[in-house]
Ligand binder design. Structure first.
Ligand code: S3P
Length: 453
């Protein structure tokens, strides 16, 4: 699918974005392991979360599709069944890495397969700690027939083990997927598991485990799950907030297009996910956040599990900034759209330590540098994954998504800024996380600004 974007003066409106992808994966996996039924409302329709849902179904969990949500019939910690055949994770890195943690503690063998883009993504980061806990994991993949590296790639065959060994693990890279894989495996360990992270990463797994009745302590970069024989308690119902990473594309559009004003309602405001707003604020963006008070600590009911609220942005002049390497784990998915903000800012913006972008759905350093340069951006990426962008006017061009949803959406926002028209090839990949992205964009920018072919 090609999408044509025309330069736009401003955008305005109130919108909601799809439910949070990271939270939804975790909710599907953990509610499947809990006792009782859980209704998840605002379940996202993107491909990635459907993969996790199909995976739990293949493990014997009944899932009802409801209007606007799903109901998971939890089977308890010991209730999963050996799957018939393979578990296909599609392009979803979160599905394969988190499911590997869960399957490491099952008394059966499972085989996790993946689409070609995911078959090129590294898995040693999860196989190391899970193997130390006692699981046996074989990698049956190789990113290319000639690859000689020591990395491991999908498909993965996991021979689980129960109980797993306790573990103290220091992550070599700050990754929420790795932390979550170890914590999920920790549910089947005979002692505590702890994960030390060099920088804070998203803490949705910890929050949900606490909500389901587990003791998870986070202290000084150390996250520790205590062992327990108790069942995980279903909360009955979870209302998943909107995804701040999806909101980021629209928020940046409103921040940079003069005269714009945008409100995103019912969006997640978990502090480990919204650091990109602080970066935009220090670039001069006019942003107001209002947290729904019932979702703060001490609020009523299960709502306090994840903070949520409203984000408002009005356009203003942006100036360059430096995003340091230690900030990157808290805005890893927002780096591509922050690069577009940097093109619209005066002066120079530097992003340091962005090497993890090289191993997302595509090499996002390459996809963003290629696309934005074709549009006239003054942008350079160095060998050590530092990106420098000096603000300059963009012009429309024909650009590629490289099959990556965040590249496609970022370049679409660049297209609103650029003179003339921008064609984005392979734009259907937005279905991974934000299937109606272009329709929402057309509703904010005007139907004549966004053409889908
Ligand atoms: C995710 C963690 C991040 C992020 C990904 C989703 C998660 O990956 O890029 O889109 O849900 O835990 P890493 O853990 O590899 O940084």
């Amino acid at each position: 699918m090609d999408v044509i974007i025309h330069q736009t003066q401003s955008i305005a409106g109130h919108v909601r974005v799809p439910a949070d992808k990271a939270i939804s994966h975790r909710a599907a996996l953990l509610c499947a392991l809990s006792e009782g039924q859980t209704e998840l409302t605002a379940w996202p329709s993107g491909d990635d979360c459907q993969r996790t849902l199909s995976l739990v179904e293949r493990l014997g969990v009944v899932v009802d599709r409801l209007p606007g949500g799903i109901r998971i019939h939890g089977v308890g910690l010991t209730g999963l069944r050996a799957p018939q055949g393979e578990l296909d994770c599609g392009e979803s890195g979160t599905t394969i890495r988190l499911a590997a943690g869960l399957l490491a503690g099952q008394p059966f063998v499972s085989r996790l397969t993946a689409a070609p883009s995911l078959c090129r993504r590294p898995m040693r980061r999860i196989t190391e700690p899970l193997t130390q806990m006692g699981a046996c994991i074989e990698s049956h993949g190789s990113p290319s027939p000639r690859a000689q590296d020591a990395e491991l790639y999908p498909p993965l065959q996991i021979t689980g083990c129960r109980p797993l060994h306790p573990l103290r693990y220091r992550m070599p890279i700050a990754s929420a997927q790795v932390k979550s894989a170890v914590l999920l495996a920790g549910l089947f360990a005979e002692g505590p598991v702890s994960v030390a992270e060099s920088q804070p990463t998203r803490d949705h797994t910890e929050r949900l485990l606490r909500l389901l009745g587990r003791s998870v302590q986070s202290h000084d970069g150390d996250v520790r799950l205590e062992p327990s024989q108790e069942a995980l308690r279903s909360p009955g119902r979870l209302v998943i907030p909107g995804d701040p990473s999806s909101a980021a594309f629209l928020l940046v559009a409103a921040a940079v297009l003069p005269g714009s004003s945008l409100t995103i309602q019912d969006v997640g405001l978990n502090p480990t996910r919204i650091h990109f707003l602080s970066v935009l604020q220090r670039m001069g963006a006019d942003i107001t956040m209002t947290v729904d008070p019932t979702t703060l600590q001490g609020g009523a009911g299960d709502d306090q599990w994840e903070p949520r609220g409203t984000i408002r942005v009005a356009a203003s002049a942006l100036r360059g900034t430096t995003v340091e390497a230690h900030e990157v784990p808290r805005l890893i998915d927002e780096l591509p759209i922050l690069m577009v903000a940097a093109c619209a800012a005066s002066g120079t913006t530097v992003f340091r330590g962005a090497s993890e972008l090289r191993i997302k759905e595509t090499d996002r350093l390459h996809s963003m540098t290629t696309g934005l340069r074709q549009m006239g951006a003054q942008m350079a990426a160095s060998g050590d994954a530092a990106v420098t962008i000096t603000g300059a006017p963009l012009r429309g061009a024909a650009v590629e998504s490289f099959g990556d949803h965040r590249t496609a959406m970022s370049l679409a926002i660049a297209g609103l800024l650029a003179s003339g028209q921008t064609r984005i090839r392979g734009a259907e990949c937005v279905g991974k996380s934000f299937p109606n992205f272009f329709e929402v964009l057309a509703s904010l920018a005007g139907p004549s600004r966004v053409g889908i072919f």
